[in-house]
Design a protein around this ligand. Structure first.
Ligand code: SF4
Ligand code: SF4
Length: 343
């Protein structure tokens, strides 16, 4: 049980976050010329090696703090609303707190995606002090196996630490697909998250192009079960996920490169973690012209895309901004090249 000072600070931070989120919504609705969200990678290294993941290595050094702060400043100049630190495993970066402070100085909301292994009470207090707004942990199964060690069994202690000390918002994401053996584990994880006072979401693991791997019948059943929980605020499941869980294409406009940016450890802007290689332009040279061009660019990978944050951001512009340009990812050259058609 958290003590009174944590409970009060949580309330204060919640009100402050709501105020800044309302401003972000207003700004996002008023103008299409800025990113709503950027993901930024301070370190590619990870302390785990999940079988389905193509976003980590086991050797990269942390990006120097000065470089990270410069990139964050550039994202601030583009008026980015939320800057989320991802990886690799961002808790391996020695200057993570300063990176979070840098994000907050730009006026953006600060998020962190972590596997949670390195969380301790002191680490959580430091994240509070740095001004972190959101933290997300993905938990893949109940017992660790050779696909993933992001297990409830291992991480439950870390969740309890968060429940006791964190003053930022915590979301626990459970997953379906991608070789996860027991889809029913997603329900156990979601229930535990709710019990501890966190929010819970479910993601569908994509293949190396960000595309849907068809869900098996058992996975679909669990998905629909979690859909029922949504009514009780058990989890937020996106509308698009219902379609792709049923193997149907989703009709939406991907605004990657415009309303959403993925900035890799080399400081290049890519569409998303699964379509690295385009536009692959240095953030330093990224301008409002790039944002406007990508806003009207239709991506051929969109119909079966499972990257939920980019879907969510697209809702800002659901009824506007017809896409008149077209790009077609080239699967065999995945991660390094995307063929542009009809530019
Ligand atoms: S913990 Fe995250 S970054 Fe690390 S290997 Fe697993 S999915 Fe990839
Ligand atoms: S549709 Fe957009 S977010 Fe999805 S894989 Fe393609 S570029 Fe990435």
């Amino acid at each position: 049980m958290p003590d009174q000072s944590i409970i009060q600070e949580r309330r204060r931070r919640l009100l402050d976050r709501r105020r800044r989120e309302a401003l972000l919504l207003l700004r996002g609705a008023f103008s299409t010329d800025h990113p709503i969200m950027a993901h930024i990678v301070p370190i590619r290294r990870c302390n785990l090696s999940c079988a389905y993941c193509n976003e980590y290595d086991d050797f990269s050094k942390p990006v120097p703090l000065a470089t990270m702060l410069h990139r964050i400043e550039l994202l601030g100049k583009l008026k980015t609303g939320v800057i989320t630190i991802s990886g690799g495993e961002p808790l391996l970066h020695p200057d993570l707190d300063e990176i979070i402070r840098g994000i907050r100085r730009t006026g953006a909301l600060a998020g962190l995606i972590t596997n949670g292994y390195l969380l301790t009470p002191d680490r959580v207090r430091r994240l509070n002090a740095a001004g972190l707004d959101y933290l997300q942990i993905s938990i893949d199964n109940v017992q660790p196996d050779d696909v993933s060690k992001k297990s409830l069994k291992v991480l439950d202690k870390k969740l309890q630490i968060l429940a006791e000390y964190a003053t930022f918002h915590v979301n626990i994401n459970s997953v379906l697909g991608g070789g996860i053996r027991n889809p029913e584990d997603a329900l156990v994880v979601g229930r535990r998250a709710m019990e501890l006072g966190f929010t819970s979401t479910v993601g569908i693991i994509h293949d190396g192009d960000g595309q849907l791997r068809p869900l098996a019948e058992r996975e679909r059943r669990v998905f629909l079960e979690m859909k029922k929980f949504e009514k009780r605020h058990f989890s937020r499941i996106n509308y698009f996920q219902r379609k792709i869980a049923n193997g149907k294409p989703s009709n939406w406009r991907c605004r990657a490169g415009s309303r959403y940016l993925y900035v890799c450890e080399d400081g290049l802007v890519h569409y998303c973690s699964q379509q690295r290689g385009y536009p692959a332009k240095p953030l330093e040279q990224y301008t409002i012209e790039d944002i406007r061009r990508e806003y009207i660019t239709q991506k051929s990978c969109a119909p079966f895309c499972t990257i939920s944050c980019v879907h969510q951001i697209s809702y800002f512009d659901f009824f506007r901004g017809k896409q008149t340009r077209f790009v077609e990812p080239t699967p065999q050259e995945r991660l390094i090249s995307i063929k542009v058609a009809g530019a």
